[in-house]
Design a protein around this ligand. Structure first.
Ligand code: 2PG
Ligand code: MG
Length: 410
C-alpha cells in the first residue's frame, strides 16, 4: 500500500499534433505513474467530454487548483480516486474537469500503485491469476474521418491474425500483411498516403479497398478466415445524415436507406468473411444492430460509438441484443473506474471486449495491460507508427511473464 505524495500535470501533444494533458502521480515519494491522454476523431455523441470548453489548459488549471484533494489517498484505491474526481467534476459527462484528466489521473495512480507493490499494471488491475493475450487488431487501410479526400468512406480496414498461436507470431503476421498491401497499392495508386493510425490511405472506393486488402492476405499464402481475418470499422455515424435519414457515401457517390445499409454491410461481411464489424450502422440504430447480430453469430458485431464504454448504454444494447462485442476505450468513459465497471458488465453478459486505442494517441502502453486485465479478446492498436507499436512491443515484453499463457479464444 502506498499513498499519493504528489501530482503534477502538463500540456503535451498527441500523435496528430493536437494538445493534450499528461499527469504524473507519485506514491510514497518514489513510485511514478505517468499517463498522457489520447483523443478521437470520430467521436460518439455520448462520450465523456475530453476537456472543459475543449481546452486542455482548463483541465490543467482544475488539476492545479484541486490536486490537494488527491494527496494522501491510497494510489491503489481506484474507487476513492474516482469519487474525488467525480465530486470535483460535478457533471454527468466530465465537462467540469475533462474526461482526459480523469483518464490520466486514474491510470497514472494505478501505475504508481503497481510499481509500489512491485507488480505489473495488469496484475494490480485484476484479481485473476492467469491471463491470455488478446489478438492484436490493426489498421492496414484507412479512410473516412481518418484520411483525406478520395480515400474510402469506410474508416478502417483491419487485420486480425486469427490463426496465430503466440503473440510474437500474431504481431509478425499483421506486419507482413501491412507490408504486402503496400507493395500491391504501389501498383494501383502510387501516390497514396497514410491515415491517422498508420494504415495506407489510397484513393480507392470502399469495395476496392477491401479487395486489395484481401489480395494482400492471399498473396502471402493466407486463407481469409483461417490464418488471418479481415475486419472493418464502418464508423457509420460519419455517413449518417439525420435530415435525409440516409447514409451518405460522399466519396463513393451513393446513399443508403437504413435497410440498404444492412444489406450493404451484410454483403461485405459475407464476401470478405469478416471476423469483425464495428459500428456497421449509426450510433442510435440499436434495432438495426440487433438484426446484424442475429444474422452473423460467428462475427464480432461490435459497438463503439453505439456503446461508448458507458455501462448504462451497454445495458440497453444487451437487452436489445444489439451487439456481441464492444469496444473499451477508457477515455470514452472518463475514469478507469468507469471503464472497469463497463468491462465487468460486458464479461458477465458474454459481450466480447475489444480494448482500443484512439486515432490521436500517445506513446504510452498502459492499454496493453488494460486489455489483459479486462480479459479482452482483442487489442485494437494499429500495426505501425511509434505510438501504435509501443502497445504491441509492450505485449511482446509481457510474453516473458509466466502469468500470461497463450492467446484468447475469440
Ligand atoms: C475508432 C477509433 C480508433 P477515433 O473509431 O474506433 O480506431 O477512432 O479514435 O477517431 O474515434
Ligand atoms: Mg470505431
Amino acid at each position: 500500500m502506498a499513498k499519493i505524495t504528489s501530482i503534477k500535470g502538463r500540456i503535451l501533444y498527441n500523435s496528430r499534433g493536437s494538445k493534450t494533458i499528461e499527469v504524473d502521480v507519485t506514491s510514497d515519494r518514489n513510485f511514478l505513474g505517468r499517463v498522457c491522454a489520447p483523443s478521437g476523431a470520430s467521436v460518439g455523441k455520448h462520450e465523456a467530454v475530453s476537456f472543459p470548453n475543449g481546452r486542455p489548459e482548463d483541465s490543467l488549471r482544475v488539476l492545479n487548483e484541486n490536486s490537494e484533494k488527491l494527496i494522501g489517498l491510497e494510489s491503489s484505491d481506484l474507487r476513492q480516486i474516482h469519487d474525488v474526481l467525480k465530486k470535483m467534476d460535478g457533471t454527468q459527462n466530465y465537462s467540469g474537469i475533462g474526461g482526459s484528466l480523469a483518464f490520466a489521473v486514474t491510470i497514472a495512480s494505478m501505475e504508481s500503485a503497481a510499481k509500489a507493490s512491485d507488480q505489473q499494471l495488469f496484475q494490480t488491475l485484476s484479481s485473476e491469476s492467469l491471463f491470455k493475450f488478446p489478438f492484436p487488431l490493426g489498421n492496414i487501410l484507412g479512410g473516412g474521418a481518418h484520411a483525406g479526400p478520395g480515400t474510402p468512406d469506410i474508416q478502417e480496414v483491419l487485420i486480425c491474425p486469427t490463426g496465430s498461436k503466440t503473440i510474437e507470431d500474431a504481431v509478425k503476421t499483421n506486419l507482413a500483411v501491412h507490408k504486402e498491401l503496400q507493395k500491391i497499392l504501389l501498383k494501383e495508386d502510387p501516390d497514396f498516403t497514410n491515415g491517422d493510425e498508420g494504415g495506407w490511405a489510397p484513393k480507392l472506393k470502399n469495395r476496392e479497398a477491401l479487395e486489395v486488402s484481401a489480395k494482400a492476405c492471399e498473396s502471402l499464402g493466407f486463407t481469409l478466415g483461417k490464418e488471418v481475418s479481415l475486419g472493418v470499422d464502418f464508423a457509420s455515424s460519419t455517413q449518417w445524415n439525420e435530415e435525409k435519414q440516409k447514409y451518405v457515401y460522399e466519396r463513393a457517390g451513393f446513399e443508403n436507406t437504413a435497410e440498404e445499409q444492412i444489406d450493404f454491410v451484410a454483403d461485405i461481411i459475407d464476401k470478405f468473411k469478416l471476423i469483425y464489424a464495428e459500428d456497421a450502422v449509426h450510433e442510435e440504430a440499436f434495432d438495426d444492430m440487433s438484426e446484424l447480430t442475429s444474422k452473423f453469430p460467428n462475427s464480432l458485431v461490435t459497438g463503439d460509438d453505439l456503446t461508448v464504454t458507458n455501462k448504462n448504454i451497454l445495458a440497453k444494447a444487451i437487452e436489445k441484443k444489439s451487439c456481441n462485442a464492444a469496444i473499451l476505450k477508457v477515455n470514452q468513459a472518463g475514469s478507469l473506474f468507469d471503464a472497469l465497471e463497463f468491462a465487468d458488465l460486458a464479461n458477465r453478459n458474454n459481450i466480447r471486449l475489444i480494448t482500443s486505442h484512439r486515432s490521436g494517441e500517445s506513446t504510452d502502453s498502459q492499454i496493453s495491460h488494460i486489455g489483459l486485465a479486462t480479459k479482452s479478446k482483442i487489442l485494437k492498436v494499429g500495426v505501425v507508427g511509434g505510438e501504435r507499436v509501443a502497445k504491441l512491443n509492450e505485449l511482446l515484453r509481457l510474453s516473458e511473464h509466466d502469468l500470461i499463457c497463450g492467446m484468447a479464444e475469440i
